[in-house]
Design a binder for this molecule. Structure first.
Ligand code: MV4
Length: 591
């Protein structure tokens, strides 16, 4: 085993990797961007190196800086986590050249799986079932029309060859929609991956996203750790993951496990990887392979007891896997909820801000992987994931109840998170029945109802400014009561006995984000993030319903739909296509 490893990442995954390194007695090296100077992953590591100026989103991508830090620290290996450099074959090669072990697959496997058309071709040759469609890129709309007519048929999925995770993915229901979908997929492929080539797949109407975790060592051993179901997604962002998958029986489990290990063998894989696929009517199709440790790896760890990061490190240091396929079995059921700083009631609008208070759930069967604490800033420039809440229990039903309990315990003050969304979703008949909940996550009316209770504005902003509400717990003859005290803000309770200064646990106040133009202006629709206006969907003078699309803001290459916060007339519209907006800017005034 190595004696010192550099973790080239930030946030929860950096801490996740360091936890295992600590257990193995391996020294930890962190790297950080300027805004992360005081971040938990930096304080946790044995030593830490600044990557240089600039935002986190860029600093963690500078290969020379990271290799330089590894050399200064004397680190023998680099764990990339997920995102950033995890699936960058050139980075893996640069590590080898610098004499540092990359904790991940061979660069050739990263390259092969990075090209979705090459991956499809490889899998087809290996006898792995792929979604019917093309394995060669389709050059023009005309070519696509011919292929669809001859073989694939409608509806058709058009996907960017450099894509993955739903980026550069369009659907055409009929020939009328083909051109627009083709160009959309090509444009997005060009934007995200500098590759405009696309391929075609038959569009499956109602599949489940089922993926298989694999591990391969350098001694020829390839095993799978069963499957995960990640069907609850929104704009291709996974929101809830679970294992085992509710729609997979033992026979199918064995079949897709074998598909996973065959796929890994076919690319000469080494390290931890995931075969993503679609399950439709009992048929399983390969979609793509992720050549990294994934966000949702934790549910697999919970049901198998295998530390996937530990195995990655063993494999990278040349050791064999610590177990065989026959040694692993599924025990119980695990669920993961991604706790993002997003407001589900506003169409999953980003809700960045500062975490005012933070108390994680705990108790039996609960695991929280996070990289934040009270005082942490969730920047609109980074990943909005605040934490992952993972629970384990004997079966899906018990696990769901445990998750609901743990979500209730989670206290994150100061910003909106997906906690209310998860609480509501896990309490639906659809979830209980093991459905994909696709209609629910798109249901604007249902989402709207998730709005957390409005919080009284801070004193001094309203006509009611003299009144202040505080909640206390009191004990009367040993019995506990919750009481609410409503009193005058000023003067009341001299000696600190009144509202605002008294003892007892006060629920954290959710701070409303600053409104443009000073005081609270209920009519102003304010931008929750910084970015550029991709599209304006309304006009001045238009009458809009609450929840109607107003504009689309592009930030960090993500498209964010901004919807009307109330019904009324658009009296002012302060944005235009191509213009940039800052967080807090007024987008429109709706009266
Ligand atoms: C598909 C599909 C239907 N047909 N491909 C690709 C990336 C992943 N995030 C979802 N992807 C899909 N690819 C074909 N040929 C439907 C989806 C899909 C999906 C699949 C399972 C569960 C939820 C989903 C939500 C959106 C899209």
């Amino acid at each position: 085993m190595f004696s010192k490893v550099l973790v080239a990442n930030r946030g929860e995954i950096a801490i996740r990797v360091m936890r295992t390194l600590e257990e193995l007695g391996v020294g930890t090296v962190a790297v950080y961007s300027e805004p992360d100077r005081d971040a938990p992953h930096v304080r946790r590591a044995d030593e830490a190196y600044l990557l240089g100026p600039g935002p986190a989103s860029e600093s963690y991508l500078v290969v020379e800086r990271i290799l330089d830090a590894a050399e200064r620290a004397g680190a023998e290996a680099i764990h990339p986590g997920y995102g950033f450099l995890a699936e960058n074959a050139d980075f893996a090669r640069a590590c080898a050249k610098a004499g540092v072990t990359f904790v991940g697959p061979p660069p050739e496997a990263i390259d092969a799986m990075g090209s979705k058309t090459r991956a499809r071709e490889l899998m087809q040759e290996a006898g792995v079932p792929i979604v019917p469609g093309t394995t060669d890129p389709v050059a023009t709309v005309e070519d696509a029309r011919k292929v669809i007519e001859a073989t694939v048929g409608y509806p058709v999925a058009i996907k960017a060859a450099g894509g993955g995770g739903g980026k550069g993915f369009r659907v055409a229901e009929s020939e009328d929609e083909l051109e627009k979908a083709f160009e959309g997929a090509a444009r997005e492929g060009e934007k995200f991956f500098s590759d405009a080539t696309v391929y075609l797949e038959r569009y499956l109407p109602d599949p489940r996203h089922v993926e298989v975790q694999v591990l391969a060592d350098s001694h020829g051993s390839v095993v799978h750790l069963f499957e995960r179901d990640c069907s609850v997604q929104r704009r291709h962002q996974k929101l809830i993951e679970e294992s085992p998958a509710p729609a997979v029986d033992p026979e199918l489990r064995e079949r897709i496990g074998a598909i996973g290990t065959e796929a890994a063998r076919a690319v000469g894989y080494r390290s931890a990887g995931t075969i993503e696929g679609l399950l439709q009517d009992g048929e399983y199709f390969f979609l793509e392979m992720n050549t990294r440790v994934q966000v949702e790896h934790c549910v697999t760890e919970m049901i198998t007891g295998v530390d996937i990061v530990r195995e990655q490190l063993r494999i990278a240091s040349g050791e064999p896997l610590s177990f065989t396929q026959d040694d692993v079995e599924i025990r119980g059921h695990a669920i993961e909820c991604r706790i993002n700083a997003e407001d589900a009631s506003k169409n999953f609008a980003p809700a960045p801000g500062s975490i005012a208070s933070y108390v994680e759930p705990s108790g039996p069967g609960v695991r929280v992987d996070s990289g934040v604490e009270a005082g942490s800033e969730i920047s609109p420039l980074y990943d909005p994931m605040v934490a992952k809440l993972i629970v384990w229990d004997v079966d899906r039903e018990a696990s769901t109840r445990r998750m609901l309990r743990a979500l209730q315990e989670f206290e994150i003050g100061g910003l909106r998170t997906l906690v209310p969304f998860h609480l509501a979703l896990l309490d639906t008949d659809q979830w209980r029945a093991g459905e994909t909940c696709r209609d629910l996550v798109e249901d604007k009316k249902w989402l709207k109802g998730l709005a957390p209770a409005k919080v009284a504005p801070p004193a001094g902003e309203d006509a009611d400014e003299a009144k202040l509400e505080r909640e206390y717990a009191v004990e009367v003859s040993g019995r506990r009561f919750d009481v609410k005290v409503i009193g005058a803000a000023a003067g009341a309770g001299a000696n600190g006995a009144g509202p605002g200064a008294g003892p007892g646990r006060q629920p954290p106040k959710r701070r409303e984000r600053a409104r443009a133009g000073g005081g609270a202006n209920a009519e102003a629709l304010v931008s929750p993030l910084q970015g550029s206006i991709l599209r304006v969907a309304t006009q001045k003078g238009a009458d809009v319903e609450e929840g109607a699309l107003i504009c689309v803001i592009e930030a960090m290459k993500m498209e964010n739909e901004i919807t009307a916060h109330r019904s009324g007339r658009v009296e002012e519209l302060s944005v235009s296509e191509g213009a940039s907006v800052s967080s807090g800017d007024t987008i429109a005034v709706i009266k």
